[in-house]
Design a protein around this ligand. Structure first.
Ligand SMILES: [Zn+2]
Length: 511
């Protein structure tokens, strides 16, 4: 079970309309048996469920005029829950329900980290149940259920567009998650007639393999053949997917890459791949299985190079620093080609927000098949950056084989860098000295102060009163007779003030 805290976080001028008990039912305790927990337990055959708490609503100090700032909003929601006595360390899964106004602000119905622990998920369209399943699916390391035309286009899976009834997950995701046992997955290497059992059936009772895989040599991916019926909570599956062989493709490497729906075959329907000489024909179907004819160019094992998309990872998934600071991210790149391929050279390049600087060291990696190389991404935000969440990215390209190219962002949430408000004060100026010029003019000098972002100026204090500011060290003024005491305070653009410099005093005796 995945211990999950669901934090309802209202904004100062917008609230979540659903009550905590409605969200509790949706997530954990739906009396009709259709909670998100029930969906995952059913589709995973008991491997994964979500248990936990719905807390709040709390009000966080953001309004609908705030720019989309997922990390800051989550931090504020967690602070509110902690202040109310919840021990967040008990919850490796954290889901924030926030006002639906933020759908348009963030341009999404929800968002999530792909993988990670603790993991974070945000839901704005909280009346669409499948948004909860989608974002938690990302947390489990699934990417999107796509078609070639639309990254959200495969409605047979909760990792597609939302607003449909809850439904199970497609065959590539069932393998990626380890929910369909390996013994029920057959990799087809010989032409012939095969039976594929209904994907929703309990694996122990399935009359045949539930997933057939076929290697796709030109890209190193696999085809996945499966057969769906509206059983259990998969009764939410749209009828276009019933009684048909669903043809997908996926890298098959268990990483968070999109799955692609390629075809839905009715009886006598054919999917053919002329490049690789592969064809699949649905011959017949019953409620428990379908029968397919699979034609391959040959069979048996290969001794030729089969290139595959490489795998790129960046960590950590998020970190924060002051404007102008430089942060580093670890890059790992794995060459997934088979052993019959030569080594490949990858160029690594950063993709930064406007005004940011990024660099990668080393900028190239030469990797043998199966090898993993590491590099470091350095990211510097401009000193003028405002507090927000920014996306940083790395692309790995292989000029000799574009099929190798990968990017460091795979889904809704990519690696981010958060710029924090500058809360650090400058150092106190030192070395203040005062002297008189022509008896009546005071001349002050001092040493520059330093600041993590930058010193904006200096305040001149005379006899406990601020009398002037200057951008740079140095000040003169003409005064009547008297005794005067001075100190200097430095300040930065964010309004942070240093402590006082040393004090000096002097006496003026004018004629
Ligand atoms: Zn998504």
């Amino acid at each position: 079970m995945q211990n999950t805290i669901v934090i309802i976080a209202n904004f100062t001028d917008a609230s979540v309309a659903n009550t905590p008990s409605q969200i509790q039912d949706l997530m954990f305790t739906d009396p009709a048996g259709a909670s998100i927990d029930a969906l995952f337990r059913e589709t995973s055959f008991g491997n994964v469920g979500f248990s936990g708490q719905v807390v709040g609503p709390f009000v966080i100090n953001y309004s609908t005029t705030s720019a989309c700032n997922l990390a800051a909003w989550a931090d504020a929601a967690e602070s509110a829950a902690s202040a109310a006595g919840w021990d967040l360390s008990q919850y490796p899964r954290r889901l924030y329900v926030m006002p639906s106004t933020e759908m348009s602000v963030c341009g999404a119905d929800g968002a999530a980290q792909v993988g990670g622990s603790p993991s974070r998920a945000w839901v704005f369209n909280y009346t669409a149940k499948d948004v909860f399943a989608h974002e938690l699916g990302h947390n489990l390391n699934m990417a999107h259920a796509a078609t070639l035309a639309n990254q959200y286009g495969d409605a047979s899976d909760d990792m597609s567009a939302d607003g449909y009834a809850l439904r199970h997950f497609n065959a590539p995701h069932m393998e990626q998650m380890g929910w369909t046992p390996a013994g029920n997955i057959l990799t087809v290497t010989q032409s012939g007639t095969y039976t594929v059992a209904t994907l929703e059936l309990n694996p122990a009772q399935a009359p045949a393999p539930q997933i057939l895989k076929i290697f796709k040599p030109d890209t190193g991916e696999y085809y996945y053949l499966s057969y769906r019926q509206p059983l259990g909570l998969d009764s939410g599956l749209r009828s276009a997917y019933w009684n048909r062989i669903n043809v997908h493709k996926y890298t098959g490497n268990y990483d968070a890459y999109n799955t692609y729906l390629l075809a839905l075959l009715d009886d006598a329907g054919v999917y053919s791949d002329a490049t690789n000489g592969i064809s699949v024909t649905q011959l017949s179907h019953t409620s428990n299985y379908a029968t397919v004819q699979i034609q391959l160019p040959g069979g048996g094992t290969t001794t030729t190079c089969q290139a595959a998309p490489s795998v790129l990872a960046l960590s950590p998934s998020s970190q924060s620093g002051s404007a102008g600071s430089k942060l580093s991210y670890a890059i790992s790149l794995t060459n997934k080609d088979n052993m019959y391929c030569a080594a490949s050279t990858f160029a690594l390049a950063s993709v930064m927000p406007a005004g940011w600087t990024g660099s990668v060291s080393p900028a190239t990696l030469s990797l043998a098949p199966g090898a993993t190389g590491t590099a470091t991404l350095y990211v510097t935000s401009p000193t003028s950056a405002t507090a927000a969440t920014y996306t940083v990215q790395v692309n790995a390209t292989d000029a000799a084989l574009p099929a190798h190219n990968v990017s460091g962002s795979v889904s809704d949430i990519v690696q981010t860098q958060v710029v924090q408000a500058d809360t650090q004060a400058p150092t106190a100026p030192g070395g203040l000295t005062a002297s008189t010029v022509k008896r009546t003019t005071v001349s002050l000098t001092w040493q520059v102060a330093t600041d993590n972002v930058g010193v904006s100026g200096y305040e001149i204090w005379r006899n406990g009163v601020r009398v002037a500011t200057t951008a740079t060290p140095g000040y003169t003024e003409t005064l009547p007779s008297g005794t005067y005491s001075y100190y200097i305070v430095a300040y930065d653009a964010a309004g942070n003030h240093s402590g006082a410099s040393n004090s000096v005093s002097l006496t003026i005796r004018s004629k």
